[in-house]
Design a protein around this ligand. Structure first.
Ligand code: SF4
Length: 325
């Protein structure tokens, strides 16, 4: 039977006026990051309290909207496991690598990764709306004192102007949609003015963490820069809400093709039934499954390769009745 998308707001936020709740700036300013703030919304375990009280942990910030998708009494909730740290995160692990994708080795200028001849990854911010515990780029993401400056953008764009083999630019970070709207507009405009750049792509998890950011103004601004593709990042069906579906609807009406990139995460979505549900829900939310990554960011969430392969094989077998593209 078709699963209805829901709209949820944690009990703690029931009295917040709708105009505030639906304002992305309010969501950003009221993110949860301390034991006290999270305890207003969730029943915290000792392990979570220990991690939240620790220093030098990868940054914690969760929008009230996304925290409201968590079952407050379920320590294994799949949304919770993606964003609430536990004490396991404090321990180093085998094969821990800061830069597991070797991005720094392929950066001709800060923030620009040129690994393949015709495409580049352009990192334009180190900030996100909410921080995922498995983040591959945790070496640079989340540091409030380190972000890319106008000088860095100038250097990135100057490199692209003199590199005609690049035809495809993927903007990422961090999350490009937390940038000041005018700055994002300016960067997209400067890239679009480079004749050999054919395609612009943006990778963002903001529509999932804070769908109210997908305003008609944002859609109008993005629509100036076609062809522009957007890949969002949903890992579990519980993240597909009425609000996210409505945000995807606004984006597709602005002519922006949408894809989804998931990460295969232990205890979150490493199950063929969940993967099938995800693909079916994507189809109803205007999303196309682009790819599922293996987790490289964090051992606690990483599955053994054999387990990844088993899930993948079962998923393919279970696909006969799932949405196919
Ligand atoms: S949204 Fe992306 S860049 Fe930001 S913490 Fe999550 S995985 Fe990392």
């Amino acid at each position: 039977m078709k699963r209805e998308f829901t709209s949820q707001r944690a009990q703690f936020y029931q009295d917040v006026p709708d105009d505030k709740w639906n304002d992305w700036r309010w969501q950003l300013s009221n993110r949860l990051n301390t034991v006290q703030e999270l305890a207003n919304v969730l029943e915290l375990s000792d392990s979570e309290k220990e991690a939240l009280g620790a220093k030098n942990l990868f940054r914690v910030d969760i929008t009230p909207y996304f925290a409201s998708l968590i079952d407050p009494n379920d320590p294994h909730d799949p949304v919770r496991r993606q964003v609430v740290p536990t004490a396991a995160e404090l321990a180093p692990f085998t094969a821990m690598m800061e830069d597991s994708l070797a991005e720094d080795a392929h950066s001709p200028v800060p923030g620009l990764v040129h690994r393949y001849p015709d495409r580049v990854l352009m990192l334009i911010t180190t900030q996100c709306a909410t921080y995922c515990r498995y983040c591959t780029r945790s070496r640079i993401v989340g540091d409030p004192t380190a972000t890319f400056s106008r000088k860095d953008f100038d250097a990135q764009i100057a490199y692209l102007e003199k590199t005609p083999q690049v035809r495809d630019v993927l903007l990422s970070g961090g999350d490009p949609f937390v940038l000041a709207p005018k700055l994002l507009d300016e960067i997209l405009g400067r890239l679009r003015a480079i004749p050999h750049i054919e395609i612009l792509r943006i990778g963002s998890r903001v529509p999932v963490f804070m769908p109210m950011r997908v305003t008609s103004e944002l859609c109008d601004m993005l629509a100036k820069y076609h062809p522009l593709w957007l890949n969002i990042h949903v890992n579990h069906p519980n993240e597909i809400t009425q609000e996210l579906a409505a945000a995807c609807d606004r984006l597709t009406r602005a002519g922006i093709p949408l894809g989804n990139q998931s990460v295969l995460l232990a205890g979150v979505n490493d199950c063929p039934h969940i993967q099938r549900q995800l693909v079916q829900d994507f189809a109803r939310a205007h999303l196309r499954l682009r790819r599922t990554h293996l987790c490289r960011g964090c051992a606690r969430r990483r599955r053994q390769n054999s387990r990844d392969a088993a899930v993948s094989n079962q998923f393919e077998r279970s696909q006969s009745c799932a949405a196919q593209f």
